[in-house]
Design a protein around this ligand. Sequence first.
Ligand code: CUA
Length: 343
Amino acid sequence: MNETRDPAYARRRRPVRHAVAAATLAGALPLAACAGDSPSALNPAGAGAIRIAGLWWVLFWISMAVFAEVMALLVWALVFRRRHDTRVRHGQPLRFVAVAGAGVPLVILVVVYALGLRDLAALGAAPGRDAPTVEVTGHKWWWEVRVPGVDGATANELHIPVGERVRVRLRTADVLHSFWVPQLMPKTDLIAGEVRETWLHAERPGRYRGQCAEYCGTQHAHMAFQVVAEPRPQFEAWLARLGSPARQPQTDAERRGQQAFVQGTCAGCHAIRGTGADARVGPDLSDVGSRWSIGAGAVPNDAGHLGGWIANPQTVKPGSYMPPQPVDAERLPDLIAYLRSLT
Ligand code: CUA
């Protein structure tokens, strides 16, 4: 009889097949996390994250070795010892327990502790006094970005010169948040009433995703940001843009949009440099057209999503502190055109 057609045989084999599938999936997941430009701590792109990834791999291979040792002992106990005399000579088990149960773990713990101390000291070392500084304030649920000595602000996006260490000064405007750029640096918590410091370093240009890593309420998941690492001249151009007035409207629609913004409810919470709108409740919108997303990673930044966001942010990011806007249906396209032009 063909055993693969036997239903009883198939039933017996099913758990084995499930186990193989689960093991394959478990094996593939870490590999997928390392692939391409995935925003994973195992795909490091800067000095801080490289240390963390190194420590991760050391711990991973130690765990693998311990796992293999335990499995080998288990097989030995189940197969080998059963076939032979199970009586052990006096003193043998005690020696074995002392070496495998205390000696080996002690060596592992001391080595891991020393490596941890080394990396902790390296990560805690402040960048030089002349290092560029960026100030980031966590809000429910977005990131305010400023540079000391520069007038303007932006949101959910900060720029750093590639290859340099940049000091990041962290504050929170409300509850605990945590600043985490997996590919560049481990987490730093933002604590009410304190100014925390960390640094960022990217060894190649690119956009690195950051994420709030401390649960802070309904929209914690939509509290993402980007770190843009770029050559020095581009970084300096960003600083200059941050300090200058927003782009002037060029078309009639943009002009009407600006008027609607300044005279309407928008200006009650937001700033656009050079327009008279200078409220600081919500994000500064002087460069909103160039940002990577709307709502700190909630939706892509395009005209359609922007219109939906203005009309009713609660459908896009429920719980967000921006209320629905009573914008005239005729004015909405103008407002969208104006905000899209702010690059
Ligand atoms: Cu902010 Cu979670």
